[in-house]
Design a protein around this ligand. Structure first.
Ligand code: HEC
Ligand code: HEC
Ligand code: HEC
Ligand code: HEC
Ligand code: HEC
Length: 252
């Protein structure tokens, strides 16, 4: 037990001592700002404030798959060529049933400020809508896995493109560490396929044919690669060691 609790702290010191190799942990943000982004590829250049976007607000109603597979938003801010013209013609934010004015506000005068306000904490008063969800220690401090599994939230999994029926892949993988005495990381497919399409990860982030596990070291993960694509900024963050390495404690 002592070792379990002390391990992350020891490792942390170890990696600090490593100097340049030390891991960078994103500074903690208030739970109501975790996963919020400001999209500003073209906004300010065109005389409007950056568009604010909150993941926790949207993921209650739609899975990642809807936006990052069907609507083709990239999982890196400011890399998708979102334009106001595309939004108004039914793509991206303006997709049917989204910001087209039918269910939620659309792209008309009077609504511009709801998106183009440059305020990362915009809408934080709505965070109490997550009040009923079980708690965790980091990120939004809400357990999104239990929330979706127990149907405390029921996000839509598609708009028009249904997931194919055969995606029931639920293999739980044990990712063995290359380092001595490090408890392996677990990768439960099911906890991910509730939210994501296979294509969100295969083959771009993880090549199933290559068995690349040995290359996913924490150095890469904290730089936002592999598991770090999502677990640095939207899904529970990297500080939560024991959710990935069940044999470790969380004492950072
Ligand atoms: C309602 C749509 C929507 C949903 C649902 C959604 N996202 Fe996003 N996500 C976006 C948009 C828009 C961006 C910004 C894209 C851009 O600027 O190119 C983004 C960006 C990201 C980024 C990059 C963040 C950064 O700081 O660079 C990650 C990672 C991400 N999303 C993961 C997820 C995950 C995981 C889920 C599900 C839990 C999810 N998203 C659900 C719309 C969505
Ligand atoms: C639902 C959110 C939303 C609403 C409402 C909205 N926009 Fe946007 N708009 C965006 C996003 C996201 C982008 C892409 C921003 C970027 O990459 O910098 C964008 C881009 C823009 C751009 C950048 C240049 C271009 O043409 O793409 C302008 C200008 C713009 N919007 C003006 C407006 C105006 C004016 C309104 C109100 C009539 C409005 N927007 C309403 C989300 C919104
Ligand atoms: C999102 C999942 C995830 C989280 C959170 C996470 N890890 Fe890892 N970690 C991995 C994966 C995947 C590997 C590579 C396979 C393995 O070595 O078990 C790994 C590997 C490691 C290794 C082996 C050496 C190396 O650099 O790869 C150490 C040490 C480690 N993690 C420590 C930690 C500590 C300490 C924390 C908390 C601060 C943490 N991890 C949080 C997924 C995670
Ligand atoms: C969140 C990311 C993610 C999603 C979504 C995902 N996978 Fe994986 N998958 C992984 C990782 C990580 C591995 C391990 C890769 C490695 O070891 O190189 C893996 C491995 C696999 C393997 C090889 C298993 C083995 O025993 O070696 C198969 C097959 C697979 N995935 C199929 C799927 C299918 C089918 C889906 C959709 C139902 C899916 N995956 C969705 C991340 C994902
Ligand atoms: C494409 C995005 C994405 C990638 C890549 C990804 N995850 Fe996740 N992961 C999620 C989301 C979304 C959840 C749901 C929980 C949340 O959002 O906090 C999740 C949940 C989990 C859980 C479930 C925790 C629980 O309490 O049930 C584990 C464990 C996990 N991820 C480990 C990993 C590991 C290890 C890797 C890399 C091998 C990885 N994930 C890669 C998005 C991702």
């Amino acid at each position: 037990m002592i070792r379990k609790a002390a391990l992350p702290a020891l490792l942390f010191v170890f990696f600090l001592l490593e100097g340049a190799e030390g891991w960078f942990y994103p500074p903690p943000v208030p739970p109501e700002e975790y996963g919020n982004i400001l999209i500003n590829r073209t906004s300010e250049k065109n005389g409007v404030k950056a568009a604010t976007f909150s993941h926790w607000l949207h993921r209650r109603r739609h899975t990642c798959r809807v936006c990052h597979f069907e609507l083709e938003f990239n999982m890196k801010v400011n890399t998708t060529e979102i334009t106001e013209e595309a939004n108004k013609s039914g793509r991206y934010c303006g997709a049917a049933g989204c910001h087209d004015g039918s269910v939620v506000f659309g792209h008309d005068e009077g609504n511009c400020q709801k998106c183009h306000n440059g305020d990362k904490s915009y809408g934080k008063e709505n965070f109490n809508r997550l009040g009923h969800l079980p708690r965790t220690q980091f990120g939004n401090k809400r357990d999104w896995s239990v929330a979706i599994e127990k149907k405390l939230i029921k996000p839509r999994n598609f708009l028009t493109v249904k997931p194919s029926g055969d995606i029931n892949f639920s293999k739980k993988l044990l990712l063995e560490a290359e380092m001595l005495n490090i408890p392996p990381a677990v990768f439960p497919h099911r906890a991910h396929t509730r939210w994501l399409d296979c294509n969100n990860c295969h083959p771009d982030i993880f090549n199933i044919k290559m068995k690349t596990t040995k290359h996913f070291s924490m150095d890469y993960i904290v730089q936002g690669q592999f598991c770090g694509v999502c677990h640095m900024n939207v899904a529970f963050p990297i500080n939560d060691c024991e959710r990935c390495h069940p044999g470790m404690g969380n004492k950072l």
